[in-house]
Every structure is written in structure tokens, then in C-alpha cells.
Write a protein that binds this ligand. Structure first.
Ligand SMILES: [Zn+2]
Length: 251
């Protein structure tokens, strides 16, 4: 049996052992909530991913693949090796069907251990982010030319582990509520950042670039007038994702 299937089988067994023998069975949990007894495991996984990000650096963490991450985690006690349960939870987030969570977007990758070669990407100066060479890089350059120098790359290529870290942090902050999480952060394996999409913002706006405040900027209004700039998640999109006027579709 492949490791992935073995681990998933373990997850299934955990999920159904809700009541003790002889005790009244609990009401089934809504599928949009993580089981309460797995919150500590989620917290451990999120913490390990954040420590790993600190070890490799914010920019490089966007690209890291699972095998390299596991090697580093094993080699650096301040990160510590992933436990089997943490890996199983990671696999679960990647392979589970997210429709019951409220996310209806397509799957974007099917290999959690996907590697990204340095030759495929270019680091964008001053951003801490990377873009795939070719279409994504050309599109960003056109946007910067047409919108203005104040346009910034706020997120570019994100391999599945980086997406998993964002997903875990958001799910933890939402106390295990998948539905609240997937409005804003796609599950790993379903983010177009792994395939080339990128986010833009304006200099000086910081984290507010990822809020409705971005809509009030001149840059957002100029982007809306550019025919070639297509938003991946427009308002009222059918995939259950919030309106993201900063997320540019590549392809
Ligand atoms: Zn995005």
C-alpha cells in the first residue's frame, strides 16, 4: 500500500471513533468542522510549519517541497521531525474533497511532494516572492508598466507546503471551521498560486492589500480597466471564494 493511502486510512479510522463503548453516540459533526480532538494536532502542525518557515526564510519557504522540508525538520531540533499524525493530517488537507467545506474550485495539483526547480522561477526584487518565468513574469511586468511603479507583488508562486501553512494557520484561527477558512484560503492542492497566479498590491498598504481597502486604491481601479488583467476570484464567483480583486489569473 502506498504511504499516502495508508495514512489516509488512518485518518478515516480516527474520524469515526467518536464515542466510547456503551456511551450514547455523539451527534455527527458537520462536515465543515474539524473534529475537536484534532485541534491540538492542527496546532502542532501549524507550529512546526511556522518554525520551518523561520528556518528557511520567508521567501524560500514559498518554494520548498515536502521531502526537503522533512529532511530539514529532522536535521534541526528547533523545528523537529513531523510526526506520523501531522503528516497524515497534511495529506488529509491535500487529498480530501473540499466541497463539504464550501470550496468548489478545481484541483490544481495532485502531488503533495511537487518540486519547483529554481530555473523555473524568478525572484522579484523587493518582494520576497517568486514568479514562474514566462507568462506570469510577462503579465506582472505589463501590469507594473500600465498601473504604475507603486504596484507590488504581494504573493507569487506558492508550492503546496506553503499553501498548507497558510491553510493551517487560518483553520486554527477559525477554531477548526473549514467553511470560514476556505472563503479566504484555498486548501493545499487547490490554489492557483502553485500553478502561476499571483497577488498584487500597492506600496505602503501592507496587509491591508488583502482587504477591501485595496479596492479603494487607484491601482485597483486601473487594474479593473485593463482588459488583459483577469481576476481569478471575481465578486460572486461560483467557487465559494471571497472576492479577491488582488489575485491575477495567469493562463
Ligand atoms: Zn492569491
Amino acid at each position: 500500500m502506498k504511504r499516502r493511502h495508508f495514512l489516509l486510512a488512518g485518518i478515516g479510522a480516527c474520524a469515526i471513533c467518536a464515542g466510547r463503548a456503551g456511551a450514547a453516540p455523539r451527534d455527527p459533526l458537520p462536515p465543515s468542522l474539524l473534529e475537536r480532538d484534532r485541534l491540538p494536532l492542527l496546532k502542532n502542525l501549524a507550529g512546526r510549519l511556522r518554525r520551518l518557515r523561520q528556518l528557511v526564510g520567508y521567501a524560500r519557504f514559498n518554494l520548498i517541497d515536502l521531502d526537503h522540508a522533512r529532511q530539514l525538520a529532522r536535521g534541526y531540533p528547533k523545528v523537529g521531525d513531523f510526526t506520523a499524525d501531522e503528516l497524515a493530517l497534511l495529506e488529509h488537507f491535500f487529498h480530501a474533497d473540499p466541497v463539504p467545506w464550501g470550496f468548489r474550485g478545481p484541483r490544481v495539483g495532485d502531488d503533495l511532494a511537487q518540486r519547483i526547480d529554481d530555473a523555473e522561477v524568478r525572484k522579484i526584487r523587493g518582494s520576497g516572492h517568486y514568479l514562474y518565468r514566462g507568462a506570469a513574469e510577462r503579465l506582472f511586468n505589463c501590469l507594473q508598466r500600465d498601473v504604475g511603479e507603486e504596484l507590488r507583488l504581494t504573493s507569487g508562486v506558492r508550492n503546496h507546503l506553503k499553501q498548507a501553512q497558510l491553510f493551517c494557520d487560518r483553520l486554527l484561527a477559525a477554531d477548526g471551521d473549514y467553511a470560514a477558512t476556505v472563503r479566504w484560503v484555498a486548501p493545499p492542492g487547490h490554489s492557483y498560486h502553485a500553478a502561476g497566479d499571483f497577488d498584487v498590491g500597492v506600496a505602503g498598504l501592507g496587509g491591508a492589500n488583502f482587504t477591501a481597502a485595496f479596492l479603494d486604491t487607484d491601482a485597483a481601479q486601473r487594474i479593473a480597466r485593463l482588459e488583459y488583467a483577469v481576476l481569478r476570484y471575481p465578486a460572486d464567483n461560483p467557487w465559494g471564494v471571497a472576492h479577491e480583486p488582488w489575485h491575477i489569473q495567469v493562463s
